[in-house]
Design a protein around this ligand. Structure first.
Ligand SMILES: [Zn+2]
Length: 228
């Protein structure tokens, strides 16, 4: 009886794990050879690339010297599903895998970095989600570039979610919301800031400000470019 109960509990937990992490492609729902992947090779190749000029234009008048965003939100919604899975799916391995893909694009864009820095989440959001998707992405980018990833930034105050704010409200909302982590010395470092989505560029510009003030050269990389 105890034996059967044990087996039942094991089956149940195995089933729950399989439900939570179905190794299916987020694009075509085909089986994936690697459960840590998000997309099959065909869907990955088919995603629309973000327009480089639009990306550069968003960050042109701030402290950011180079910027790259990998994908544009597509009508099929695959990029949105990816973003959603990254944010709420509780799969840090997904972030690391996508980070490595982003890292290859960073290299292709000719961006050189000494250290990769994730945009910090507020403590409240990190507690809600259990992890910071930008940190998981940053780990993958750092692996692809062969440099360390380090949490050199902190939030100085809580901010509202940017999604429902206008462009000028977004800037005000995040202005001065980031500072160097205690003891962080970034003088003459080439820093690559990483976030999941680039919308107006307000968050990345605000996060780049204390880094640039500390003497760093700042570049940014985002997984996707969203229409503002
Ligand atoms: Zn697919």
């Amino acid at each position: 009886m105890l034996d059967r109960l044990g087996r039942w509990a094991r089956d149940l937990s195995g089933g729950a794990a399989a439900l939570a992490y179905p190794p299916l492609c987020l694009g075509c729902e085909g089986r994936l050879p690697e459960p840590s992947d998000a997309l099959c090779a065909t869907c990955l190749r088919g995603l629309p690339r973000a327009d480089a000029e639009t990306v550069a234009g968003l960050l042109a008048d701030g402290p950011v010297e180079q910027a790259v965003a990998l994908w544009a939100f597509d009508p099929g919604g695959t990029v949105r599903r990816l973003q959603h899975a990254l944010k709420y799916g509780g799969r840090p391995t997904l972030g690391r895998g996508l980070g490595e893909v982003l890292g290859a694009a960073v290299r292709q864009a000719g961006i050189v970095a000494d250290v990769v820095v994730p945009i910090p989440l507020s403590h409240v959001r990190q507690l809600e989600r259990g992890y910071n998707q930008a940190a998981a992405l940053a780990d993958g980018v750092a692996t692809a570039l062969g440099v360390p990833s380090a949490p050199l930034l902190v939030r100085t105050r809580t901010t509202l979610a940017q999604a429902r704010l206008s462009k000028s409200e977004r800037r005000r909302n995040v202005d001065g919301a980031f500072a160097l982590a205690p003891g962080a010395d970034v003088a003459s470092l080439r820093v690559l800031l990483v976030d999941d989505v680039l919308t107006t560029g307000a968050t990345l510009a605000a996060a780049a400000t204390p880094l640039a003030a500390g003497g760093a050269q700042v570049a940014v990389a985002a997984l996707a470019l969203a229409g503002a």
